[in-house]
Structures are given as C-alpha cells and as structure tokens.
Ligand binder design. Structure first.
Ligand code: F6R
Length: 364
C-alpha cells in the first residue's frame, strides 16, 4: 500500500535512500572502498565499444552512463532510443557490449533491439528491475536494480537505482581497462557510499520544492537546462513534469540555448537549471545570467558553493549537498521528481495514473 503517503509516486520518491542503499549493497564494499559487480561472463576490459539502448526515463539513465563510461573507462559509448535503433539497421562491430536498460524488462522496442544485437555478435547485458522479465532472460547477463515494485506510472526510484548500477559498470570497466587506480576507485566508492544519506538530505528540501512548485503550476511551458551529466537530468525533469502535470516542458543542453530556445524566454517561462559545482559550473552559470537578463524566472538547483558563486541573486535557489561531481546526477534527479510531483498536486492531476500512459509498453 501507500502507507502514510498520498500517492505511490511520492512514496517511491521517499524510498530512494533505502533502495539506492540496497542496490549499492549488491556491489559496493564500503570497508575496502572497492566495487565488484555480480558475475559478468565476459571480460569488461576487452569491450571495444558500448551501445546502450532504452526508452523514456531508462534512456535518460543510459545518457548519464555515456558520460561516466567514456570519462572513466575511455571506451566509446552510443546511446539510443530503442524505437529508432531497431529500425535503422545499426552497424555493430564484434567485441561490442550492448546494454539494455528497462525497469519492467518487457518494453517491446528494447526487447527487439536486444534480439538484433544478439544476432549481430554483441555481448548483451540487461539492467532491469524485474529478475524474471523477458529482457533479463534473453540477455547474456542481467544486473538488477533493487528498487522493489514500482507502482507509480512515472518512474522515480527505478531511475536512480539504474544510475547506481550504471555507475558500478563504469567503475568496473575503468578498472578492467586499467584506466583507474585504487585511489580513484576508493574516492568514487566513497562518494557512492554517501549517496543514500545525501539523498535523504535532498528529500528534507521537500517543503522548499513544494513552494517553488506552486509558482510553476500556472505556467504553460517550462524549460530545463543542464550540461554534462546534468543534461540528461534536465531531460528527465522535463519528462517527469509533462507526464504528471501535463505542462509542456523541454530539456535543453545549456550550451544549445543561444542556438534557438532562448527565443522562448520571457517572464512567463520558468527555467529549472541543474547546476552542481563541477568543471562545467561556470558555463552553465553564465547561461543563467543570459536567461535572467531576458526576464526568465530561474529555479537554480545547486550546492552551497554554486549558489554563493552565482552573481545573479534574483532567482529561486534550492541547495543540495556538496558532493563529488561523479554522483551529482543521482542527487539532482530527486528535486526534479519532487517538483513534478508537487506541480501535479497543485494542478490536481491523477499523479499515479497519468492520462494516456501505461506502466509497461509491450506494444510498439
Ligand atoms: C517515465 C516512464 C517511461 C519508461 C519507459 C521505459 O516516467 O516511466 O518513460 O521509462 O516506458 O520503460 P522500461 O524502463 O520499463 O523499459
């Protein structure tokens, strides 16, 4: 049941410290600060290329993983929406690893992409939340998120637990490739081990996010911006808002703003900015100045350092914990979920059963 919560969506948002911890427990040794994936029946060090295929929110998890795997393991990664991938007869070279991300493990397009990759000589790895699902059974190896059943149609805890396993894959592949020394592994494992407590800290900002959500509820359009791993989080935030509040929302890479979307900005369009302190901070912060100069109403998601460094003060800020940039996308997923939820509450939509949506898309 929903326990003390009004909806499954918010119950599942608040389960995240627990289920992220459960997922970390399947691979992280906090004492030695090392990471061991459940058995993978091939050598991650020999993988020549990674192809990630998924739909919707799972696709955004894969989009974060691209940055992680390329940065840490120095292996080329392609990420693609399953419904496009399966029909374009993609060229796949031997020695490649194809990863299929699916909460349900039953998504028709993702399953078709898996069958295509198997037939074209790829190693196949499923990342699913349902152990006995078709995608898990048909893959060479299945890694599991420990999210537990996800009832709310809008995916929340499945997404963050997918990110945790994908972070583990990135670290394992980097080590197998000889691209990561023990000290770096220890640092990243430490950052991962602290994620559950940091997610709890973000959840304590719910009242602040609810206040902001009430100011967003009357909007017709909302823009989300981010860079690096913050970009897929912006896309995910926009998808979540569309799904549960029916407000039109778009996520953009911050650097694309001046190539078109900036024309949309006026004082009626809220702009949600995902901006942890990382090596791209200054770039995104300068995009914020451009938006504010055009009357845009910015909601700035950052940490203490990021908020203090921002020259413009005329905006709403939400302070998240200061963390290693590696784990920032996991944390920044939380405020965009809570914003979407509280906008939906303010609008009175059916949060757990949004119109026109199905939990599992088993038809093309
Ligand atoms: C968004 C959402 C969908 C799913 C997508 C893929 O909140 O739930 O976008 O992420 O339908 O589903 P799975 O992961 O089951 O393949």
């Amino acid at each position: 049941g929903k326990g003390q919560h009004r909806h499954f969506m918010v119950k599942e948002i608040f389960e995240q410290p627990q289920v992220i911890g459960d997922t970390l427990n399947t691979m992280l040794n906090p004492a030695t600060r090392t990471l061991t994936l459940p058995a993978v029946p091939f050598d991650l060090g020999a993988v020549s290329k990674v192809t990630i295929v998924a739909c919707g929110t799972s696709f955004y998890a894969g989009s974060v993983a691209r940055y992680w795997i390329e940065k840490l393991a120095r292996v080329a990664v392609e990420v693609e929406i399953a419904s496009e991938f399966r029909y374009r007869e993609p060229v796949l070279s031997p020695g490649g690893l194809a990863i299929f991300i699916s909460q349900s493990g039953e998504t028709a397009d993702t399953l078709a992409a898996l069958r295509y990759c198997k037939a074209h000589g790829q190693h196949t790895l499923a990342l699913v939340n349902v152990a006995e699902s078709t995608i898990a059974r048909e893959s060479e190896v299945a890694l599991l998120t420990q999210a537990g059943p996800e009832i709310g149609v809008a995916s929340t805890k499945a997404f963050t637990t997918q990110l945790v396993v994908l972070a583990g894959i990135a670290v394992s592949m980097a080590r197998a490739k000889g691209k990561m020394d023990a000290a770096e592994e220890a640092r990243l494992c430490q950052a991962l081990a602290e994620v559950p407590a940091n997610v709890s800290a973000v959840l304590r900002q719910e009242h602040r996010l609810r206040e902001i959500a009430e100011t967003i509820a009357p909007a017709r359009d909302v823009i989300y911006l981010g860079r690096g791993t913050g970009y897929p989080i912006a896309l995910e935030g926009a998808l979540k808002l569309k799904e549960v509040s029916y407000i039109h929302a778009e996520g953009y890479a911050s650097g694309e703003l001046k190539h078109g979307p900036i024309a949309l900005i006026d004082d009626h369009v809220p702009i949600i900015v995902v901006c942890p302190t990382d090596e791209l901070y200054e770039k995104t912060a300068s995009n914020v100045q451009e938006v504010v100069a055009r009357g845009g109403k910015v909601v700035f998601l950052s940490d203490k350092q990021g908020i203090d460094r921002l020259a413009t003060k005329a905006l709403a800020t939400v302070e998240l914990p200061q963390v290693d940039p590696f784990v920032a996308p996991i944390l920044y997923a939380i405020p965009v979920q809570l914003l979407a939820y509280h906008v939906a509450i303010a609008k009175g939509t059916d949060v757990d059963q949004p119109r026109n949506l199905a939990k599992s898309v088993t038809v093309e």
